[in-house]
Design a protein around this ligand. Structure first.
Ligand SMILES: Cc1ncc(COP(=O)(O)O)c(C=O)c1O
Length: 362
């Protein structure tokens, strides 16, 4: 068996230790005599799994007691609807910051339910930077302000100094591609959400962390399954949750703890990203596409001078055990997604290969 370095934007690499643990427990979890996949979601064993997963996430992200942690389904895209359905409830107004395709999709969905405005955008430069927002730009009547903390396609991310100061207006953050990768102060947010398939586990479970006072005011036509309060009141067990995905996510949380928590993981992520960006900055052939101050730690887009060379690079990289490096069609070129589970060696190997490619094709 040969495992490759997989730079996919998601679903993406999982830690080998997690996969091995799952393999060990595949046929029989503990004393249960069955796989977690075969277990009732109301069983004692599964109850312990989901409770432990929630506690570990609370520890890792320092989530205060007045926030609920929910495990729901439907991915980030369902959150694009759940956020307005639940939070756009006072003035039916919301402000969005357009930093890429996912933010735009979230905005388009919210527009179906109220008066929604884009108050800043980086669309003018193919989203290669994070626009600054001043307090005056925010409508004081907005029910919430929405941002995407890491822009998977374009490779930008919010640093703490760029987070908009929304005062008493809840800030909502999509952390699908940077949850548990860098530290954030939850108390700055009313709600954050993340699909699991990049940094947390397999596709199928979505994490929502929401301040308690924001629950219970969903629009009256909100489907039961899209009401956060229903999930909060039932400890994420209102209906059958994605049990196996939650179990694997729990193993990933334990793995992150073993690495030293988010603080330690962030240091490693900074080290990994630096190896790649340092190379791009001095290269005469490759070019990073994002302004230096907003560069993502997770998704690194870069281009070669011609499409022909891009294609050749992707093909040769694949032949060398480095797969899924093709960039998103709107940016072109390449994108290396280097989430938590990508080891430092995976980045070193990629950069060594880029150096070789440059020497041959300059
Ligand atoms: C930042 C971000 N938000 C939302 C989504 C959509 O997530 P899903 O495919 O889980 O609906 C993605 C998917 O890649 C993403 O990267």
């Amino acid at each position: 068996m040969k495992r490759v370095y997989n730079y996919s934007a998601g679903p993406s690499m999982l830690p080998v230790e997690v996969l091995e643990q799952a393999q060990k427990e595949m046929l029989c979890y503990g004393e249960s005599g069955m796989s977690v996949m075969e277990m009732s979601h109301r069983s004692k064993d599964f109850e312990a799994i989901i409770k432990q997963a929630e506690q570990d996430l609370r520890d890792l992200m320092h989530i205060p007691d007045n926030y609920k942690v929910l495990f729901v389904q439907g991915g980030g895209s369902t959150q694009f609807a759940m956020v307005p359905l639940n939070l756009m409830n006072k003035n039916k107004k919301a402000n969005y910051i357009n930093t890429g395709q996912w933010a735009k999709k979230a905005y388009a969905e919210a527009k179906r339910y109220g008066d929604v405005k884009v108050i800043a955008s980086s669309e003018d430069a193919v989203y290669n930077y994070i626009p600054k927002v001043n307090k005056e730009d925010i409508d004081p009547e907005a029910d919430y302000v929405y941002i995407t903390l890491n822009n998977t396609i374009y490779g930008t991310h919010y640093t703490a100094d760029k987070l908009p100061d929304t005062g008493d207006i809840p800030l909502v953050g999509d952390m699908s591609s940077n949850i548990l990768a860098e530290e954030i102060d939850i108390t700055k947010f009313g709600l954050i959400f993340a699909g699991a398939q990049k940094n947390l586990g397999p596709a199928g479970v979505t994490v929502v962390i929401v301040r308690e006072d924001l629950l219970g005011n969903a629009m009256e036509f909100t489907p039961t399954m899209l009401d956060y309060k229903v999930h909060a009141d039932n400890d994420s067990l209102y209906n059958t949750p994605p049990t196996y995905a939650i179990y694997i996510m729990g193993l990933v949380f334990q793995w992150v703890k073993k690495q030293g928590g988010v603080e330690a993981i962030q240091k490693i992520n900074e080290q990994k990203a630096k190896i790649l960006y340092d190379f791009l900055d001095q290269s005469e052939l490759f070019r990073g596409t994002v302004v230096p101050e907003d560069r993502s730690l997770m998704n690194v887009p870069f281009v070669l001078p011609t499409d022909e060379l891009n294609k050749q690079f992707i093909k040769e990289a694949e032949a060398n055990g480095m797969v899924n490096l093709k960039g998103h069609r709107t940016v072109g070129g390449m994108r290396a997604s280097i989430y938590n589970a990508m080891p430092v060696e995976g980045v070193e190997k990629l950069v060594a290969f880029m150096k070789e490619f440059e020497a041959k094709n300059k």
